[in-house]
Design a protein around this ligand. Structure first.
Ligand code: NI
Length: 170
């Protein structure tokens, strides 16, 4: 499984509205596998297909089941055509970074709880409820499918110190 190259701002693919996934064929499975490997290698907690130059509505996310426990197992999510079907009124500020915007951090308001509907890698409809950081990651990755990058939503943006950067989830 080859790693894919991550693209950076101002690459125009990051600003496009990505196409719906309609075919779940071998080529698509390869893209899914490559994105998982690329996310893990980066390392990052999420990756959207436009970030590897593919304008398709596909995201991968991998995050601890219990993020209070450093030994928690991680759960992998592969979601095509994700849509937020419910979002809490409650929103909270948090610090984000992005593999496509290296060396920058920003404070972004996100809903604390969301429900996301989409399709798994076989094309079956699936629904995910997420809260806290997982909800934030999904909102960040789904934004990429609409050409939105976290810096667009950030109330402030800065260059984190190396120490600070270690604690920011891309
Ligand atoms: Ni990102």
């Amino acid at each position: 499984m080859p790693l894919r190259d991550i693209v950076f701002l101002p690459d125009p693919v990051l600003r496009r509205k990505a196409h719906k996934v309609t075919v779940f064929d071998a080529e698509f499975q390869q893209l899914v596998d490559d994105m998982i490997e690329t996310m893990r290698h980066a390392p990052g907690v999420g990756l959207a297909a436009p970030q590897v130059g593919v304008s398709q509505r596909l995201i991968v996310v991998e995050y601890p089941v219990n993020d209070d426990d450093e030994n928690s197992p991680e759960k992998l999510y592969v979601l095509a055509n994700p849509e937020i079907t419910h979002a809490s009124e409650e929103a909270v500020n948090g610090v984000e970074a992005c593999l496509s915007v290296p060396g920058m951090a920003g404070e972004v308001m996100r809903h604390t709880e969301i429900t996301v509907r989409g399709q798994n890698r076989r094309g079956q409809t699936t629904r995910i409820k997420a809260s806290g950081w997982l909800a934030r990651i999904f909102q960040h990755e789904i934004d990429h499918l609409d050409g939105v990058v976290f810096v667009d939503r950030a109330s402030r943006i800065w260059k984190p110190t190396a120490e600070e950067a270690e604690n920011i989830k891309d």
